[in-house]
Design a protein around this ligand. Structure first.
Ligand SMILES: Cc1ncc(COP(=O)(O)O)c(C=O)c1O
Length: 367
C-alpha cells in the first residue's frame, strides 16, 4: 500500500533521526529544512514557491485544504466534490467522502458539499462535458438550489471509488472551469501522489497547476505525516493561528519523508513500463468475470461483473479468500465493492509481480 513498502532505506533514515531527536513540535530544524528542499524539488518549477502546512493523516490534509480555501475566499461557501470520492472520515471531511457506508446518523457531517459526476464509463454514460454542464448549472444558476462554491476537490485517479481514470483533459477542463468561476482547485494526491501513477504527482498527467495539493500516506514511509501544499499568496489571507497540532511535522516522519522523496524518482520509469505490462496481462486473463481493467502506473483496477451487473460482495469475498489461501492479498474498492486493486509498492521485486499476477489469473479463471 505504501509506495516504498518496508524499505530498509526508510528504516535507516528513521533510526538516524531517532539517535538525534524525535519530537520537535513545529520549530525549524535541519530535518525539516532538508525535507522542505526535497518536497519543493518534487513539484513542477512553477510550484516551488508554494507553502506547506503539516498534518497527521490524509483526512486531516483534505479537511485543512477545504478550510484553507474558505479562509482565502472569505466566504461561508460550499466545495465541489465528486461521486465516488474518498477524502477521509474525520468529522468535517466526511461530508466530501461519497460512500454511505462511511456515514452514520451519529457521525457529524459538517461541510457543505456539491456532489458532481465523475466520468465512470463502465456504468454511467457521461463524460467531461456532462460534468462541466452540471457544474455550470450548480455554480451559476441561482435557482438550481446549490450554495455557491468557492472551491473544488478532486482525485486525479479515483482510489477508493474504484481506480477510475478520468478521460485525458478532465483535470485541465476543471482547472479552466475553476479559473473562469473564481474557484480554488484542490487536488487530493493522498493516494495518487509520489509516483503511484507513474508521475511524481497525478495532476502532472494533465499538466495543470493546482492551487492546493493534499499529500499523505506514502510521504511518511509508514510514520504518520500529511501536508497541504498551497499557493504562497494565500498565506496573507489566513488568520493566526490557522491550523495547529502537537504532532504536525514530526521529526521522525520528516526524516522518513526526505528518504521517500529522494528515492521515488528512481522508480518512475519502472512504474510506467511494468504498470503498462501488468494492465495488458490482466486484460488478457480471459475470464468472463472481468468487466474492465483500467489504471495508471501501479494503480490498476480489475472490475468484476456477472450478468452485466457488479459481481456480488459474497463472490468477491470468496475470490479474495481463494487468493489469500495462495498467498496473495488484494484489497477491493469501488462503488459496488467489485474492483480488485493492484497497488504494489513501486520497488516490489519482479518475482513478486509474477507470482501475484499468476495467482490472480488462476483464481479468476477458476471462479
Ligand atoms: C484519496 C484519498 N484521500 C484521503 C484519504 C484519507 O487518508 P487517511 O486514511 O490517512 O485519513 C485517503 C485514504 O485512503 C485517500 O485515498
Amino acid at each position: 500500500m505504501l509506495n516504498l513498502g518496508h524499505s530498509d532505506l526508510i528504516r535507516k533514515a528513521i533510526s538516524k533521526q531517532l539517535s538525534k531527536v524525535w519530537h520537535t513540535l513545529e520549530i525549524p530544524s535541519e530535518t525539516r529544512v532538508e525535507f522542505m528542499k526535497e518536497l519543493r524539488k518534487s513539484f513542477p518549477s512553477n510550484m516551488r514557491s508554494y507553502k506547506t502546512m503539516f498534518g497527521i493523516s490524509g483526512a486531516d490534509a483534505c479537511e485543512t485544504a477545504m478550510n484553507l480555501a474558505h479562509s482565502v475566499s472569505g466566504l461561508k461557501a460550499s466545495t465541489v466534490a465528486f461521486e465516488g470520492a474518498y477524502h477521509g472520515v474525520h468529522g468535517g471531511i466526511i461530508s466530501a467522502t461519497a460512500g454511505r457506508v462511511y456515514k452514520t446518523p451519529v457521525i457529524s457531517s459538517g461541510m457543505n458539499i456539491i456532489r458532481a459526476p465523475y466520468p465512470y464509463e463502465m456504468w454511467y454514460d457521461y463524460d467531461t462535458n456532462d460534468t462541466l454542464s452540471f457544474l455550470e448549472k450548480a455554480v451559476n444558476d441561482p435557482e438550481a438550489g446549490y450554495e455557491k462554491p468557492d472551491s473544488l476537490i478532486v482525485e486525479p485517479v479515483q482510489g477508493e471509488g474504484g481506480y477510475i481514470v478520468p478521460p485525458e483533459g478532465f483535470l485541465r477542463a476543471l482547472r479552466e472551469f475553476c479559473d473562469k468561476n473564481d474557484m480554488i482547485m484542490i487536488i487530493d494526491e493522498v493516494q495518487t501522489g509520489l509516483g503511484r501513477t507513474g508521475k511524481m504527482w497525478g495532476f502532472e498527467w494533465d499538466s495543470i497547476q493546482p492551487d492546493i495539493v493534499c499529500v499523505s500516506k506514502s510521504i511518511g514511509g509508514g510514520i504518520p505525516l500529511s501536508l497541504v501544499y498551497y499557493r504562497e499568496d494565500y498565506d496573507q489571507k489566513l488568520p493566526t493561528p490557522f491550523h495547529l497540532g502537537t504532532y504536525r511535522g514530526n521529526a521522525l516522519a520528516l526524516a522518513a519523508g526526505t528518504a521517500v522523496l529522494r528515492e521515488i524518482p528512481k522508480y518512475l520509469d519502472r512504474v510506467n513500463s511494468d504498470g503498462g505490462n501488468l494492465q495488458k496481462r490482466f486484460g488478457q486473463i480471459g475470464s468472463p468475470l472481468i468487466g474492465d481493467v483500467r489504471g495508471k502506473g501501479f494503480m490498476i483496477g480489475v472490475e468484476l461483473v456477472e450478468n452485466k451487473k457488479p459481481l456480488s460482495k459474497t463472490k468477491m469475498l470468496s475470490i479474495k479468500h481463494t487468493m489469500l489461501g495462495k498467498g496473495l492479498l488484494m484489497h477491493t474498492c469501488g462503488h459496488f465493492g467489485n474492483v480488485f486493486r493492484f497497488m504494489g509498492s513501486l520497488n516490489i521485486p519482479a518475482e513478486y509481480l509474477e507470482t501475484g499476477s499468476r495467482i490472480l489469473e488462476e483464481s479468476l479463471k477458476a471462479s
